[in-house]
Design a protein around this ligand. Structure first.
Ligand code: 4AD
Ligand code: MG
Length: 475
C-alpha cells in the first residue's frame, strides 16, 4: 500500500498494513515519520523499542529505506490522527547520518539545487514535482478532450523559428577538425545531416503542417535556447506546449489560451489539494521574511483562484504604450528602460507593471509592432503591426507568446526577404501558403513558467528536475 491511499481510506483501522518508504525523522527511539513520495504527508510509525534489537534501532536514520508491517491505529499523539503500531521492521537501505545531505531542517534552495538528485525527498520539491506531473497530464487531457492531435516535432532542425539566433549547434565534426570549403568556411555538406543543424527553439513551424492537415494539433516537448540570460525565468532547456489550429484567428487564439490556462490550473486545484496547501503555507512564510512593500497581497491559493475566476484583460500594444508612457515609474525615471515612443520592445519591468500595478490581473497584449516580432506573424492592414499576442502573468511576466500566422504567400516571401531568411531553407513552410492556405493561429506556453506560477516558486531552476542554465549541466 502507499501512504496516500492509506490516509484516504477509511475502515482500515486495526488492519495489518505493509509499507515501504524513507525515514524522514526518527525521534525518542520510537517515532518514525515515514514518507514514500505518494503524498506530502508522512505517516507516524511507532516502534516497540523494547522488542527491537539495538542494532536495528541504530540503523533507522534520516534517509534510510525501510519496509515495515504493523496495525493501523488512531494516534494518541498530537499532529496526526493515524499511526502504525509497528510489529516488523526491516532496513532495506542504510543512510549514513554523517554523510546524508538532506537533514531534517530547512535547507536553502541553492544548496538543494546542488543536490538535485536528492531534493525530491524534501516536502517542497516533492510537492512541486507532483504538481508538475499533474499539470502535464492536464495539458494532454485538455487538448485530447477537444480532439487536438498530439504531434512530436523534431528536436534536431535546420531552422531558427524565432530568428533570434539562440541555437545550440548539432554536429559530429570533431574539435578543430571540420572540413572546410574552398573559401575557408566549415563545410556542413560533409557533416552528419549534410547541412547545418541545431536543437529546436520551437516546434511551431512543423506543427503548422499538422494544423493545415489534421486541423487541430499540439506539441508538448523540450526546446532549447542558448540565450545567455541568468534570470529566474530562463532555462537553456525548457518544455513548451504549442497548439496550432486551422481556420482560427487571433481572437480565437486568445480565447483558447485563456481557456486552456484556466483549465489546467483548475485541474491541479482539484487534484493537488494537499501539495498546494503546503506550497501556499511555504510561500506565506517566505513572504513574511520580505519587506512589507515587496510582499504579495494574495496567498498562492487565492492567486490561483483569482486567475481561474477572472477574465484576462485584453489590451493592444498601442494602448499599453500609452499607459506605460504616462505611468508614475516612467515619469519618475524608475524604469531601467524608459518608454519614450511607440515601437519600444517591452521589458519584463514593463510587463510586470501592467499586470501587477496597473490592471492587477493577467493581461493579453496584442498587435505588436512588426519589427520586434518573429517573421511568421500576420501583418495587419496598418502595415506596421502584426497579429501577435503575449499573455502576461503576475510574478512571471510573459507566460505565453503566440500569433495569427501570415497565410499570404507573397506577404510572407517579402517578409522573409527583408529579414534575409532564405527561401530554400523554408520551402516546405512556404508550400503551406501555396497549396490550400488558410487563416491559422497558435501559441507557445512555457511549461516551467506555468509550474512556477502554480507552485509559487520564485526560481525556474526549482520547477524542473535537472535545470540546464549557463555554466550548469550537472546530473
Ligand atoms: O514567445 P516564444 O519565443 O514563442 C515561440 O517560440 C512561438 N514559436 C510559440 C508559438 O507561437 N507556437 O516562447 C513561448 C513561451 C514564452 O512565452 C515563455 O513562456 C517560454 O516559451 N519561454 C521560456 N521558458 C523558459 N526559458 C526560456 N529561455 C524561455 N523562452 C521562452
Ligand atoms: Mg515571446
Amino acid at each position: 500500500m502507499n501512504i496516500a491511499d492509506l490516509l484516504k481510506s477509511e475502515g482500515l483501522l486495526l488492519q495489518e498494513i505493509a509499507l515501504k518508504g524513507w525515514v524522514r525523522t526518527f525521534r525518542s527511539n520510537r517515532f518514525i515519520a515515514l514518507n514514500d513520495g505518494s503524498t506530502i504527508n508522512n505517516i507516524q510509525c511507532v516502534i516497540d523499542f523494547e522488542n527491537t534489537p539495538e542494532e536495528t534501532l541504530k540503523r533507522i536514520n534520516t534517509g534510510a529505506a525501510i519496509s515495515l508491517k504493523g496495525t493501523l491505529a488512531e494516534s494518541q499523539g498530537r499532529g496526526q490522527s493515524l499511526e502504525i503500531q509497528v510489529s516488523e521492521i526491516e532496513i532495506l537501505g542504510d543512510s549514513n547520518p554523517d554523510e546524508y545531505p538532506i537533514q531534517p531542517k530547512k535547507h536553502s534552495f541553492e544548496f538543494l539545487r546542488e543536490n538535485a538528485h536528492l531534493r525530491m525527498r524534501t516536502n517542497t520539491f516533492s510537492a512541486v514535482m507532483r504538481v508538475r506531473s499533474k499539470l502535464s497530464f492536464a495539458v494532454h487531457q485538455y487538448f485530447q478532450e477537444r480532439d487536438f492531435n498530439y504531434v512530436n516535432t523534431p528536436i534536431i532542425t535546420g531552422s531558427d523559428a524565432e530568428g533570434a539566433g539562440e541555437m545550440f549547434k548539432v554536429t559530429t565534426f570533431k574539435n578543430n577538425n571540420a572540413p572546410l570549403t574552398e573559401d575557408g568556411k566549415i563545410d556542413y555538406s560533409k557533416d552528419f545531416f549534410g547541412k547545418e543543424t541545431n536543437l529546436t527553439v520551437s516546434g511551431q513551424l512543423e506543427a503548422e503542417t499538422f494544423a493545415m492537415s489534421l486541423g487541430k494539433a499540439y506539441t508538448f516537448g523540450p526546446t532549447f535556447r542558448a540565450e545567455n540570460s541568468n534570470t529566474t525565468r530562463h532555462l537553456a532547456e525548457f518544455w513548451m506546449i504549442e497548439p496550432e489550429v486551422a481556420f482560427m484567428d487571433l481572437d480565437g487564439n486568445m480565447d483558447l489560451a485563456e481557456d486552456f490556462i484556466k483549465y489546467v490550473i483548475n485541474y491541479v486545484l482539484d487534484k493537488c489539494k494537499d501539495d498546494l496547501a503546503f506550497l501556499d503555507q511555504r510561500l506565506t512564510q517566505e513572504e513574511k521574511s520580505k519587506p512589507q512593500a515587496e510582499r504579495s497581497e494574495m496567498s498562492l491559493l487565492n492567486k490561483l483562484k483569482f486567475v481561474v475566476d477572472n477574465n484576462f484583460k485584453r489590451v493592444s500594444y498601442t494602448e499599453a504604450i500609452d499607459i506605460l508612457r504616462n505611468s508614475k515609474p516612467n515619469k519618475k525615471k524608475k524604469f531601467q528602460f524608459p518608454i519614450n515612443e511607440w515601437g519600444a520592445d517591452l521589458q519584463s519591468e514593463h510587463e510586470r507593471y501592467l499586470v501587477e500595478k496597473h490592471f492587477k490581473c493577467p493581461v493579453i497584449l496584442f498587435d505588436y509592432p512588426a519589427n520586434i516580432k518573429a517573421f511568421y506573424m500576420r501583418l495587419n492592414d496598418d502595415g506596421k503591426t502584426v497579429r501577435a499576442m503575449d499573455v502576461l502573468f503576475p510574478g512571471i511576466g510573459e507566460i505565453v507568446g503566440g500569433s495569427q500566422r501570415e497565410e499570404r504567400y507573397n506577404v510572407l516571401v517579402e517578409k522573409m526577404k527583408s529579414l534575409d531568411i532564405e527561401e530554400e531553407e523554408l520551402w516546405w513552410y512556404l508550400d503551406l501558403r501555396k497549396f490550400g492556405t488558410a487563416v491559422h493561429s497558435g501559441f507557445g506556453l512555457g511549461f516551467e513558467r506555468l509550474v512556477q506560477f502554480t507552485t509559487g516558486m520564485g526560481n525556474i531552476r526549482d520547477v524542473i528536475p535537472f535545470p540546464r542554465t549557463p555554466q550548469n549541466a550537472e546530473f
